[in-house]
Design a protein. Structure first.
Length: 211
């Protein structure tokens, strides 16, 4: 399957205003992920100790289980734009050992050779999201492909009919501006509700997207 899950605010933003290298999720954007970054399941995946176990834990464990490849946009990979030689974060946000441990396909306008880091290789795809998803499917085999974001990549997958499931984690905050998960032009589609989990720091809703 091709799956995506994203944390959003009540007013529909997955990043706050004025994203930067210092605040890649924009002003206030880190609040969207408070529900997950405190969990033992998330911290272990990122090489960190400690953390909590509660109602949200199952969602994180299910999210990472069976992922054979990942697709993301350039902004999610590094926050940069333009030629790679001018990108101060050209190796990405995650250091020498990213948490993916699967091939990652980065949609970009600027070609470069694959970047091999511990447990993860990033491949840079310059001919669109459909090609990136096709390459990810081949790499994943019988496992799932995760569309990690950002908003534009998810919107393009929806428009192309590529997504099978979408999970939206709605945090109880208003950001008041920033980057929206859905913009005008998202194709009309009726979704099938699969699961709802209401927790203190987010409401988690999983949908199937009919063909």
């Amino acid at each position: 399957m091709i799956v995506a899950q994203l944390s959003v605010s009540v007013d529909g933003y997955l990043a706050g205003p004025s994203p930067s290298l210092e605040e890649p999720l924009g002003i206030g954007g880190m609040q969207l992920h408070e529900w997950v970054i405190r969990l033992e399941a998330w911290r272990k995946q990122h090489g960190l100790e400690g953390g909590e176990v509660d109602i949200d834990t199952r969602l994180v464990e299910e999210a990472v289980r069976g992922i054979g490849a990942v697709v993301m946009g350039r902004k999610m990979f590094s926050g940069g734009e333009g030629p790679w030689k001018n990108d101060p974060n050209s190796s990405g946000w995650w250091g020498d050992e990213p948490p993916f441990h699967a091939p990652v396909f980065v949609v970009t306008h600027h070609p470069r050779e694959p970047l091999e880091l511990t447990g993860t290789t990033f491949h840079f795809v310059t001919d669109g999201v459909e090609t990136a998803v096709a390459q990810a499917r081949d790499a994943a085999g019988s496992d799932n492909v995760s569309i990690a974001g950002g908003a534009m990549v998810v919107q393009e997958c929806l428009a192309a009919g590529l997504l099978d499931e979408l999970t939206v984690h709605t945090a109880p905050i208003f950001l008041g501006g920033g980057i929206r998960l859905f913009e005008d032009g998202t194709p009309p589609k009726r979704l099938e509700l699969l699961d709802v989990v209401a927790a203190r720091l987010a409401t988690h809703v999983r949908y199937r997207i009919p063909a």
